[in-house]
Design a protein around this ligand. Structure first.
Ligand SMILES: Cc1cc2nc3c(=O)[nH]c(=O)nc-3n(C[C@H](O)[C@H](O)[C@H](O)COP(=O)(O)OP(=O)(O)OC[C@H]3O[C@@H](n4cnc5c(N)ncnc54)[C@H](O)[C@@H]3O)c2cc1C
Length: 410
């Protein structure tokens, strides 16, 4: 979610109390941020018996942004948290993920999803509205006797004393799930810096029943072109068609609708006329400069970061929310064990950093391949077209087949 404009942050300054030493038994935990990471963490921690306060600056949880792809590594965890029955009516399981050349509209590759995903990765590949996921998580949090949600409550600093003044409980651990502009991250010495990536996303929605050619509302399609790609997929069972155009190597100071339309028209100038004409007729564009958080310290014994607060990444592998969900669940598994909590946090960070680094590397590779031009584009199209769908799916086993702690890899 975007941070509030400078000067509008409703934080109060709270007189500090001495910090409490972190205990290693069941202890109240304060989660800062009720996005996908924070709500999943609250449910995962409560399932382990922790009392959890969730402190969120928004007055209500109408999540911005339209759609979300949830790969099997994420849906497996949501299922383990008992959320599938709430989510399934809102999601669509696309039959495949298709890569299409944006200039010729030729299909370059198909990765099967649908029933294939459920068999191969033992969990569904789903697409849905972000708001439906956010609501399902928030409803489950509200219904959990160990969770307390404090909306309309922004934190300015992330000391146990400040948070205890809000929740009336001294937290043994503070979980920073407060996104890209994280205040919790700022409190951790050696934290990674947030920086503009030079990539910009524009989001828009089309009515699904009238989805113009060439869009196919039953699949996830990535249309590829020079320095840009466009992803299209249905938003859940009853929503529209979600379109996200992403351009690389860009800075756009002018955030107006007019400037965004001009930037997209230029990026897609050599693309197939059907795509260009569909986009030129579409409704308002959401402008989204992409920010990433570089690697740095994730915990200091009192505070631990998860989700975008720890490692906001580019959406080239569509894994930011999935990594947030994995972080949340694995954090609860790690600190739910008996023993020294700081050692558990060290082990958690080590494991998660390795996984996130691999996902980031995959995203960087996708950007290189998706946005290629000239001979690289021709080589990409040739290599991909020679691979069978089964062989392409194999490349995702490490990512989508990621098991919950204690489960065997398929
Ligand atoms: C264009 C685009 C497309 C994407 N597509 C996908 C996709 O298909 N699949 C996927 O897995 N990921 C995708 N992602 C990534 C995904 O959206 C994010 O990684 C994910 O939403 C991060 O969740 P989070 O809970 O960590 O952070 P956020 O969603 O940012 O939540 C942070 C929460 O903390 C609150 N907060 C912030 N500061 C404070 C404060 N001081 N006090 C109290 N509360 C505070 C905020 O209000 C917010 O509710 C995409 C991202 C982009 C930009």
């Amino acid at each position: 979610m975007p941070n509030p404009a400078p000067g509008s942050d409703p934080c109060r300054t709270i007189t500090d109390l001495p910090e409490k030493r972190l205990p290693d038994t069941r202890t109240p935990i304060t989660v800062v941020g009720a996005g996908i990471a924070g709500l999943t963490a609250a449910l995962s921690l409560a399932a382990k018996g922790f009392e959890v306060d969730i402190v969120e600056r928004a007055a209500n949880l109408d999540e911005v942004g339209a759609g979300l792809q949830l790969s099997p590594n994420a849906t497996r965890i949501l299922d383990a948290l008992g959320l599938t029955a709430r989510l399934q009516p809102h999601w669509v399981e696309p039959s495949e993920i298709r890569l299409v050349d944006g200039r010729s509209l030729r299909t370059i590759a198909r990765v099967p999803a649908g029933a294939f995903a459920r068999t191969r990765w033992q969990a569904p590949y789903a697409v849905m509205a972000r708001s439906a996921l956010q609501s399902a998580l928030a409803d489950a949090v509200r219904a959990h006797p160990l969770c307390r949600l404090h909306l309309d409550t922004a934190i300015c600093d992330a000391t146990p004393a400040s948070l205890s003044a809000i929740t009336q409980r001294m937290p043994g651990l503070i979980v920073g799930a407060d996104g890209i502009g994280s205040k919790v991250r700022l409190a951790i010495a050696g934290h990674g810096k947030a920086r503009l990536s030079g990539n910009i996303a524009w989001r828009l929605t089309l009515p699904r029943h009238a989805a113009p050619s060439p869009f196919d509302p039953t699949v996830v399609t990535a249309y590829l072109g020079r320095r840009a790609h466009l992803v299209a997929y249905p938003i859940g069972a009853s929503g529209g068609l979600n379109l996200v155009a992403i351009g690389s190597g860009l800075t756009q100071a002018d955030t107006s609708e007019e400037a965004s339309r001009a930037a997209i028209a230029q990026l897609l100038s050599g693309w197939h006329p059907d795509i260009r004409s569909a986009l030129s007729r579409a409704g308002t564009l959401g402008y989204w400069p992409l920010i990433e958080v570089e690697d740095g310290a994730w915990h200091d014994g009192t505070r631990i970061l998860i989700g975008d607060a720890a490692h906001a990444m580019m959406p080239f592998a569509a894994q930011g929310a999935a990594m947030a969900i994995e972080d949340a669940f694995e954090l609860a598994e790690a600190i739910g064990k008996p023993g020294d909590i700081t050692a558990h946090l060290d082990a958690f960070v080590q494991t998660r950093k390795a996984r996130v680094a691999r996902v980031r590397a995959r995203g960087a590779f996708n950007r290189f391949a998706y946005h290629a031009s000239g001979p690289v584009r021709l080589g990409r199209n040739l290599v991909l077209s020679l691979r069978t769908p089964e062989r392409l799916a194999e490349d995702f086993d490490w990512l989508y087949g990621h098991r919950l702690p204690g489960q065997k890899t398929p």
